[in-house]
Design a protein around this ligand. Structure first.
Ligand code: GLC
Length: 753
């Protein structure tokens, strides 16, 4: 019987103490010498092992089962990187196995998906993108890194920085929304948060920018589908966040499952070698996505595993995730001269360099600390960080007066309230890519509301129907119950939306209205003629046209995470004045998709004139989304002055200062995200977007306070890929727009001369 206390807390600290508890600082030369020394000792098989990332146990995602034991692979050096293992019990066990039982004792790298929080979960990325607050995003990412590294994870498959304009694609929930500029900012903020050198790099977690590239452009919004975009789309829309990630020093990149120009990204030399390695000068680790090397065969781009391995490595992939083409094929490819040992050693160097820089050769247990792990996870400071970002991520979509009075913010002294809907007491509001062990750590909407209300307030509650449509047959009865409960209250709060499993990977839907009988429930509730507000919990933009027409107040809460209920309640009761701005447009209907602000004008633009006939439009719906990119209301009103330009002309190497005065006309403090868009009115032989976000600033104003906001317009803001795809500038007239959203702003003109 194995001595079980060999994996006890006590044993961890005994082992840790055998090594220095500090990461040695080494020069690059010293690091390369260490690697040279290791490479000389390693067999080819052991080198390949450092290029293979394994999951424990069978491959749960259904593709080719990998018939090899995880533990045997650790012991014989067939794998140097794990996926999804965290927590001191696990990381200590396997690290000890690698260090003590493999021939060279090379420590393992523990990699996992910490997409928006480790134990303390903050909003889904599409949600926190709406905060437009990069400090808050960085702080949350830092918190995630602190919790994850204390749990022994060194490498994170985040940030996911895919731009997407298609809410049918379930993974838009993990990404940056529809705009490349916001995507760049989000990439930088998260990488700064993860790859922090604070307190001796104790909580440094390697980041992995994914999925390189344009996965979010999957045709039809169908996951893993083909991608049909031009080189221009690639460069103007989908690459900018990755360029920003590389410039920010991201340690690794993950190619997408999808293709570019019909070549799978995993074996796409143009993307990985020409652009990423050569043009961006990226020398970090390229880690494939899950079984993506094997999937080259399904793509029809490789005839067998050997060809798949060769194509990937020739494209400068370094590490294969889960499928074992590299392990099965590289030795024979080297023998046949179809791969060189140099190529293999280049990749192995990158992996060993990461391990040395993380200090794993100084102390393989450096990141493993049971007491610290327990102390850090879900602590009050972390909850506060999650709570703050959740508040800032919420978007007030609508807040019209009802019988002359606005329903939101709610009055804490209300005598009664009805909480109606399937999301009222739902605990699973953390989003698709969050792995919550302690379900009770999540604060529901009901709990959050109760934390705010006086004990005298009478709370009526009814689920009304399920959020996943599983009760369509019996819903009429539960809807009647809900109506009967709602009748008793002075005010009604509807809590509707998706369930956690409805967005995320492999969750594409052709219809994205609120599932099941939720619309029926809302229809019956609205017939009561009582003041009613709606809170929506969802991972992606959903179809809200009926709700917008019938419900006076609507708050977008996304999947807000651990502190969700408290954060929503603080916004509903006005403790926090909502400041979120949509990171992705909400269409009126699926038929409009893709609908996004950064569109072209076309040769027959539709100007919403009824007499327009032969114009680019639909006969049955507007060209505009229900809620546009950058939209988000406040409990106060921000008034914008005219734009004042310091000059009418922008000269080479010069700049123009555009200033605007913003006044808080209401009686509550509020934060406004002032957005700057630019439009190139004419380019020689090229149609340019009607607007492009180029900058934004957040200002917080007290009631009646005003502030001047200034933007410096420079040459970089007017650069573009000309008709020959040359990144350049061109003289001409530009319009600039400054305002509260992409379709509500002041306008001014300048000329680049
Ligand atoms: C998944 C995802 C990727 C993730 C990886 C490991 O299929 O595409 O984003 O990091 O597998 O879980």
């Amino acid at each position: 019987m194995r001595d079980m206390n060999q994996f006890s807390r006590k044993k961890v600290y005994e082992e840790k103490q055998k090594y220095p508890n500090v990461i040695k600082t080494r020069s690059n030369e010293e690091i390369e010498e260490m690697i040279d020394d290791l490479l000389q000792k390693m067999t080819l098989r052991e080198k390949i092992g450092q290029m293979y990332q394994m999951v424990r146990g069978a491959n749960p995602f259904g593709s080719k089962l990998v018939e090899r034991s995880f533990e045997e692979s650790v012991k014989n050096g067939d794998t140097g990187i794990t996926l999804g293992i965290k927590g001191w019990e696990n990381t200590f066990k396997y690290q000890k196995m690698a260090v003590e039982e493999s021939r060279l004792g090379i420590p393992l790298l523990f990699n996992a998906d910490i997409i928006h929080g480790c134990d303390t979960i903050y909003p889904v990325p599409l949600g926190f993108a709406c905060s437009f607050d990069m400090e808050a995003v960085e702080k949350a990412a830092r918190m995630a890194a602190i919790e994850a590294t204390a749990a022994g994870v060194h490498w994170n498959n985040s940030p996911m920085i895919d731009v997407s304009r298609d809410p049918r694609w379930g993974r838009c929930t993990e990404g940056v929304g529809e705009d490349p500029y916001l995507g760049q900012e989000l990439a930088k903020a998260q990488i700064k948060g993860y790859q922090s050198n604070e307190n001796g790099k104790r909580h440094y977690m390697m980041a992995c920018a994914k999925h390189f590239v344009a996965y979010g452009a999957s045709d039809g919004g169908r996951d893993y589908n083909t991608v049909s975009i031009s080189e221009r789309d690639l460069r103007e829309t989908y690459l900018p966040p990755f360029k920003a990630a590389v410039d920010e020093g991201v340690d690794s990149i993950m190619p997408a499952f999808t293709t570019y120009s019909n070549t799978p990204a995993t074996a796409n030399q143009y993307l990985l070698k020409n652009i990423l390695r050569d043009e961006y000068d990226f020398d970090g680790i390229v880690l494939t996505d899950y079984t993506a090397v094997t999937e080259l065969i399904a793509h029809g781009a490789a005839k067998d595993e050997e060809e798949a391995a060769r194509l990937s490595i020739d494209s400068t992939v370094d590490v294969e995730m889960v499928s074992d083409c590299f392990l099965n094929s590289i030795e024979s490819l080297v023998v046949k001269g179809q791969l060189s040992v140099d190529q293999i050693e280049t990749s192995v160097r990158r992996v060993l360099r990461a391990k040395i820089k993380l200090g794993l050769f100084d102390n393989p247990y450096f990141y493993i600390d049971p007491d610290l792990e327990d102390k850090l996870k879900l602590n009050p400071q972390h909850r506060e960080i999650a709570h703050e970002l959740a508040q800032k991520s919420m978007v007030l979509l609508k807040n019209d007066p009802y019988k002359g009075k606005k329903i939101l913010p709610l009055d804490k002294n209300i005598k009664s309230i009805a909480l109606i809907g399937p999301l009222v007491e739902e605990k699973k509001i953390e989003g698709a890519w969050a792995f919550v062990k302690d379900r009770d750590s999540i604060v529901t909407l009901e709990e959050g509301i109760k934390n705010k209300l006086s004990k005298e307030c009478k709370i009526y509650k009814s689920k009304g129907c399920s959020a996943d449509g599983s009760d369509l047959e019996t819903a009429e009865e539960s809807i009647r119950d809900a109506v009967n409960e709602a009748k008793k209250a002075d005010i009604i709060l509807l809590a509707l939306g998706e369930v956690k499993e409805m967005s995320g990977e492999a969750k594409s839907y052709s219809r994205i209205g609120l599932p099941g009988a939720q619309r029926r429930l809302a229809e019956e509730i609205m017939k009561l003629g009582k003041p009613t507000a709606l809170v929506v919990f969802n991972g992606r933009p959903v179809i809200l046209d009926w709700y917008d027409q019938n419900i006076p107040a609507i708050l977008e809460a996304w999947f807000p995470g651990t502190e969700g209920g408290n954060a929503v309640a603080s916004v509903l009761f006005g403790e926090y004045n909502p400041s979120g701005k949509l990171s992705m447009s909400f269409p009126y209907c699926e038929g409009q998709i893709p609908v996004f602000y950064r569109r072209l004008k076309t040769g027959r633009p539709h100007e919403d004139k009824p007499e327009d006939r032969f114009r680019s439009k639909y006969e049955d719906v507007s060209n505009h989304p229900l809620y546009c990119f950058g939209h988000g209301l406040s409990y106060t009103e921000f008034q914008y002055s005219e734009i004042v330009l310091s000059h009418q002309e922008l000269i080479k190497d010069g700049s123009i200062t555009a200033s605007i005065e913003v006044t808080n006309r209401g009686d509550v403090k509020g934060t406004e995200t002032v957005q700057l868009y630019i439009r190139d009115l004419h380019s020689y032989g090229l149609s340019r977007p009607v607007k492009e976000l180029k900058s934004y600033q957040q200002i917080t104003l007290n009631p009646k306070e005003k502030a001047k906001v200034e933007f410096v317009i420079n040459e970089e803001m007017v650069k573009f890929y000309d008709r020959n795809m040359k990144y350049t500038t061109e003289k001409g007239v530009f319009e600039l727009y400054i305002g509260t959203s992409s379709d509500n702003n002041q306008k001014a003109r300048f000329e680049y001369v």
